[in-house]
Design a binder for this molecule. Structure first.
Ligand code: 7RM
Length: 650
C-alpha cells in the first residue's frame, strides 16, 4: 500500500508562496532583458513572430505571416527555407565553422566532437546516401537509433533533401515500431546494430528486423555500426546496407532543397486517449521559428554556452532542444548516450564537470531520483560552469525544485520550468530567465506571442480549470497524419474550434502565473513519458489469460505516476505470481519497457456504471488509498468496496 499521501504533491503546489526574482547578474547579460517584450508581443503577436522568423535564412520571403482557417493554420505563407541550411550552412561563413556543434559522450566513455563544418559534411554526405537509395522530397524515413550523433545527422539529412522523418524512441518494441512505420508509410529505416544502456547492449537491429517483417513500404535498411561484433546483429545483404560503407562512397556536398514554409518537416508519434498513437505533423517555417526563438530567449543561449538537454531524440524534447533549436542558434550541444547511474550515480555531474556544461535541461522525475541518491554525488563534482537550469515533462513538486536550485544550481542559477507538448512543437509557458520571477512549481507565464488561458467547462476564464491556447502559434501541429478528423476532435471540438484544448488541468494565481496540475484525460505521465491507459489495456487483454483490464496512473513519488492495472482473468484461470510476471512481460513485448505495469491487481470484477463504463476514478481512489468517491452511479456498488478490502489486504 502507498504510505505517502498521494495528493500531497498537488497540495504542495497549491500552497506554494515562495518567489525568486531573476538574479541581477543574470538579467544584465540576458538575451531577453527588456520587459517590454511581453507587451509588444501581446499587442501584435504576428509582428513578434515575423521578427523572430526574420533572424533565419529564407530563400524566398513570405507574403503572409498567418493564415488562420480554424482549426488549420498556415504560417509564413509563400516563404521558402531549408532547415538543415539554417542549422548548418548558415554558421559556416565565419569562425563558427570550426566551433563544436555536437559534443558526444557514449556510455562506455567514448567521445566525439563534431564541428559545424564536420556536421555539415556528414549531413551532406548522408543526404547523398539517401538520394542514392531512392529517397526524395516528401518521402517518409523512419529513424530508430540510440543517442549517437548519427541520429542528428540522419534527421538533418532528411530535412536537407525534403524527406519527412519519423523518429521512434529506441525503447519501443518491434510491434510499436512496426505500427509507426506502417502508419507513416516509410520507405527507409535507419537503425543501428545496437546501443549501450547500463553496460548492456540494446538489440536495436534485432527489434528492427522483427518490425520490418511486416512493413511492405520499407525497401532498405541503413545500419549504423555502433556496438560492433558484440551486438550479434544479423545482416541481410538484400535489404540492409552499412552506414559507414555508404558514407565512404558518398559525395561531399549536397545542395539544400528549397522547402515551402508549410511543407511537412517531420511526424512524431505520441499517445492519446485511444489505443492508437497519433502521428503529430510539424511543418518547416513555423516550427523552426518557434524552436529558434524559444531556445534563444528561454535558454538564453550564447556563443560560449554548452547546452545539455538530457532527453532522447526519440521524444519531441530531443527534436526541438537537442537538434533544431540549438543548432539553428549556432550553439554547442552536448549529447549523451547512456544512463545517469552508469557506471555510478554521479555520471551526469562528471559530464557537467568534464565539458563545463553551462545550461542543463532535464525532467522532474530525474531530479527526484537524484534527490533520493543523495546530494553527495553532485557535491563531489565541480558544477561551477552551470548558469541556467531547466525542467520539462511533468509538474515539478516545490521540494524537487528547491533541491535542484540548491544542490545543482548552487543557488545562483535561475530555473526555467517549461510547459509544452509534442503537439505544440516548442515551449509555450516558461519564464524568461532574466525577466520573470520564478515560483517553485509554476511554469510562470506564456512565452511572448503565445495566448494561454485557464477556462472552465463553458470556456470562461477561471482560477482553476483547463489550460487552453486561444490563438494559433507557429510551432503548432498542423494535423494528425492520415486522420484530420481526429485532429479536430481531439484538440478543437471541445471549445467549438475557438480554443486549442491541451488536456492539462491548470490553475492561475493572483499574478497570472500558471500552475500545471497534470492531465485531465486518459493519458498517463510516467517519468515524463506519455502513455495512454487504453494502449496498455489493449496490450493486457491481448494476453490469452486476461478477460478484461482497466489501467490507471497511480500517483507515485518518484515517477509522477505509475502504471497500475486491474485485471479480471478468464474463467477457470487462477491468479499466480507466475502469471503476473507473464502478463507484465506481455505488455513490455507489445509496447516497450516504458509501459510495464508497476502493479497488477487481479480482481473478479471491475467497477462499472450501469451503461458498462469502467469507473477509473474509483480505481484511482482504491490504488491511492483514498476514501471512496461517489459510487451511486455504479451498477453494483459492492464491487468497489470489495476491491478496496482486497487491495488493502495485499
Ligand atoms: C515536452 C513534453 C506533454 C504533457 C503535457 C503535460 C506534461 C510537460 C510540463 C508538463 C507540467 C511542465 N511533451 N508536461 N511539461 N506538466 N509542467 N513543465 O513533455 O507530449 O511528451 O507530454 O506533459 O501534461 O500535456 S509530451
Amino acid at each position: 500500500m502507498p504510505t505517502e499521501d498521494p495528493q500531497s504533491a498537488i497540495r504542495a503546489l497549491l500552497e506554494e508562496k515562495r518567489v525568486f526574482p531573476p538574479p541581477k547578474a543574470f538579467t544584465d547579460q540576458a538575451n531577453a532583458r527588456d520587459g517590454a517584450i511581453y507587451a509588444e508581443a501581446a499587442k501584435d503577436p504576428e509582428a513578434f513572430w515575423a521578427r523572430m522568423a526574420g533572424e533565419l535564412k529564407w530563400t524566398k520571403p513570405w507574403t503572409k505571416v498567418l493564415d488562420w482557417n480554424p482549426p488549420h493554420a498556415q504560417w509564413f505563407v509563400g516563404g521558402q527555407l531549408n532547415v538543415s541550411e539554417n542549422c548548418l550552412d548558415r554558421h559556416l561563413a565565419g569562425w563558427r565553422r570550426n566551433k563544436a556543434a555536437i559534443i558526444w559522450e557514449g556510455e562506455p566513455g567514448d567521445e566525439r566532437v563534431l564541428t559545424y563544418a564536420d556536421l555539415h559534411r556528414e549531413v551532406s554526405k548522408f543526404s547523398n546516401v539517401l538520394k542514392g537509395l531512392g529517397i526524395g522530397k516528401g518521402d517518409r524515413v523512419n529513424i530508430y537509433l540510440p543517442m549517437i550523433p548519427e541520429a542528428a545527422v540522419a534527421m538533418l539529412a532528411c530535412t536537407r533533401i525534403g524527406a519527412v522523418h519519423s523518429v521512434v524512441f529506441g525503447g519501443f518494441s518491434a510491434e510499436s515500431l512496426r505500427e509507426r512505420i506502417n502508419d507513416a508509410g516509410a520507405k527507409l529505416l535507419i537503425t543501428a546494430d545496437g546501443g549501450w544502456r547500463r553496460g548492456k547492449i540494446l538489440p536495436l537491429k534485432a527489434v528492427a528486423d522483427e518490425a520490418v517483417k511486416d512493413c511492405p513500404t520499407i525497401t532498405k535498411t541503413v545500419v549504423v555500426r555502433r556496438v560492433g561484433e558484440a551486438a550479434g546483429a544479423s545482416f541481410d545483404p538484400a535489404r540492409d546496407v552499412w552506414y559507414h560503407e555508404e558514407m565512404a562512397k558518398a559525395a561531399l556536398t549536397c545542395p539544400p532543397e528549397p522547402m515551402d514554409a508549410e511543407d511537412m518537416l517531420y511526424v512524431l508519434y505520441t499517445s492519446g486517449s485511444t489505443g492508437k498513437p497519433k502521428g503529430i505533423v510539424h511543418t518547416t517555417g513555423g516550427y523552426l521559428t518557434h524552436v529558434y526563438a524559444t531556445t534563444k530567449l528561454i535558454f538564453d543561449l550564447k556563443e560560449e554556452d554548452v547546452f545539455w538537454c538530457t532527453a532522447d531524440v526519440g521524444w519531441v524534447t530531443g527534436h526541438s532542444y537537442i537538434v533544431y533549436g540549438p543548432l539553428a542558434n549556432g550553439a554547442t550541444v552536448l549529447m549523451y548516450e547512456g544512463s545517469p547511474d552508469f557506471p555510478d550515480k554521479d555520471r551526469f555531474w562528471r559530464i557537467v564537470e568534464k565539458y563545463r556544461v553551462t545550461i542543463f535541461y532535464t525532467a522532474p522525475t530525474a531530479i527526484r531520483t537524484f534527490m533520493r541518491w543523495g546530494e553527495s554525488y553532485p557535491a563531489g563534482r565541480d558544477l561551477s560552469s552551470l548558469r541556467l537550469l531547466g525542467t520539462v515533462g511533468e509538474p515539478i513538486n516545490p521540494e524537487a525544485w528547491m533541491w535542484y536550485q540548491e544542490h545543482i544550481g548552487r543557488k545562483k542559477c535561475p530555473i526555467v520550468d517549461t510547459w509544452w507538448q509534442t503537439e505544440t512543437g516548442g515551449i509555450l509557458i516558461a519564464p524568461l530567465p532574466g525577466l520573470t520571477a520564478t515560483k517553485p512549481g509554476s511554469a510562470t507565464l506564456a512565452f511572448p506571442g503565445i495566448s494561454a488561458e485557464v477556462v472552465n467547462d463553458a470556456g470562461d476564464p477561471a482560477a482553476a480549470g483547463y489550460l487552453v491556447l486561444t490563438k494559433p502559434w507557429p510551432g503548432m501541429l498542423r494535423t494528425i497524419l492520415n486522420d484530420d478528423k481526429r485532429y479536430q476532435q481531439t484538440y478543437w471540438d471541445r471549445y467549438r474550434g475557438v480554443f486549442y484544448f491541451t488536456g492539462d488541468g491548470a490553475k492561475r494565481d493572483e499574478d497570472g502565473f500558471f500552475w500545471l496540475l497534470g492531465r485531465v484525460d486518459d493519458v498517463m505521465n510516467v517519468s515524463g513519458h506519455r502513455i495512454s491507459t487504453m494502449e496498455v489495456e489493449s496490450a493486457l487483454v491481448d494476453h490469452p489469460a486476461v478477460a478484461e483490464a482497466a489501467v490507471i496512473g497511480r500517483a507515485d513519488e518518484m515517477k509522477g505516476q505509475a502504471v497500475s492495472a486491474f485485471v479480471t482473468l478468464k474463467a477457470h484461470i487462477q491468479p499466480s505470481d507466475e502469471l503476473l510476471k507473464e502478463i507484465k512481460a506481455h505488455v513490455v513485448k507489445k509496447i516497450g519497457a516504458l509501459a510495464r505495469p508497476e502493479d497488477i491487481f487481479f480482481t473478479s470484477e471491475l467497477p462499472k456504471t450501469r451503461s458498462g463504463k469502467i469507473m477509473r476514478r474509483l480505481l484511482r481512489d482504491v490504488a491511492e488509498g483514498r476514501v471512496l468517491g461517489d459510487t451511486t452511479t455504479l451498477a453494483d456498488p459492492g464491487v468497489v468496496a470489495q476491491l478496496k478490502r482486497q487491495y488493502e489486504e495485499k
